[in-house]
Ligand binder design. Structure first.
Ligand code: NAD
Length: 309
């Protein structure tokens, strides 16, 4: 019987389906890094979300490991090189959170231009500051989408229905999708930054995307534009972003991801505390629907991977 260790909180659909398919499943959602290293050798399959870091040390201790399943998109929490060297397969569920992240980005976009979070805070203090909350509309504004993959496309589709003009920058040119959304392709990121009222980032974390939003690229934004980052924290240099907000180059920003999660440096805390910064604690995929979809996808992929031929 193949043994599965689920090391992070995953919806019950995952253990239920695996058990029904004959796997021996242990659920240890709170397991510490030290304990994981001690026990991982007893399992053929390890299932994680983003809390558990599957380091080279964990992989070296996983003497029987044959597969690592990541419920989620990014594989930056897994040492995939070490896994490959040991012939351990790594799988993920990249489709599970597309809609959830796109809807969070739309929430952020609407809040940025209307200040809903500030109006709500003001009402809870017993105030009635009607004149203070004078926003703008998304209709007719230009949304710059950097990275037109799964999430970028889902955001573009929704923004189009709000009457926004779409400007897209991606290293891969997908003419059919551009045509479907009536989107314009920007040949350079600089051109997109110069023309967009709101810029939303949806690239993966790669050496070439690390800190792609920095002092130099922030200077290329339209004055008074907004930035949204729900991709990976390291894609944006947040120290430079703080400066751009303080100098009023940018009117506001919305962040779901951070270089340090949770933010720990004084400048990160200062950024999160700014009234024109909407900050959420990496909740892009935190919907009931996305978590069930991820649990089902990972269980089915594990079952298929070990199906007798
Ligand atoms: P995807 O792979 O479907 O799309 C990424 C797109 O970025 C691709 O079209 C690719 O061609 C493009 N790209 C790559 N390098 C680029 C570059 N240098 N310049 C411009 N474009 C480039 O990925 P996805 O599923 O849409 O995910 C997008 C991001 O969202 C990832 O960073 C992912 O980790 C993150 N994510 C965050 C959450 C969250 O909870 N906030 C949840 C899921 C995914």
């Amino acid at each position: 019987m193949l043994r599965v260790l689920i090391a992070d909180e995953v919806d019950k659909e995952c253990p239920t389906r695996l058990r029904a398919a004959g796997f021996d499943v242990s659920e240890r959602f709170e397991i510490s890094a030290e304990e994981l290293i001690k026990v991982v050798g007893d399992y053929e399959i390890l299932v994680v979300r983003s809390r558990t870091k599957v380091t080279r040390e964990v992989i070296a201790s996983g003497k029987n490991l044959r597969l690592i399943g990541r419920v989620g998109v990014g594989l930056d929490t897994i040492d995939t090189k070490a896994a490959e060297q040991k012939g351990i397969k790594v799988i993920n569920t990249p489709q599970m959170s597309t809609i959830a992240v796109a809807e969070l980005v739309m929430t952020m976009m609407l809040d940025l231009v209307r200040g809903v979070h500030l109006a709500n805070e003001s009402m809870k203090k017993g105030l009635w500051e009607k004149k203070r909350f004078h926003g703008t509309e998304l209709n007719g504004k230009t949304l710059g989408v950097v990275g037109l993959g799964r999430i970028g496309k889902a955001v573009a589709e929704r923004a189009k229905s709000f009457g926004m003009k779409l400007l897209v920058y991606d290293v891969i040119v997908d003419e059919e999708t551009l045509k479907r959304f009536g989107a314009e392709r920007s040949a350079t990121m600089e051109n997109l930054l110069k023309r967009s009222d709101i810029v939303t980032i949806h690239v993966p974390l790669l050496p070439e995307t690390r800190k792609m939003i920095n002092a130099k690229t922030l200077a290329q934004f339209k004055t008074g534009a907004y930035l949204i980052n729900a991709s990976r924290g390291e894609v944006v240099d947040c120290k430079d972003l703080l400066d751009a907000l303080k100098s009023k180059k940018l009117a506001g920003a919305a962040l779901d991801v951070y270089e340090n999660e949770p933010p720990k440096e004084p400048w990160e805390k200062e950024l999160v505390a700014m009234p024109n910064v909407i900050a959420t604690p990496h909740i892009g995929a935190q919907t009931v629907e996305a978590q069930i979809a991820g649990a089902v996808m990972i269980a089915e992929n594990i079952i298929n991977a070990f199906k007798p031929l």
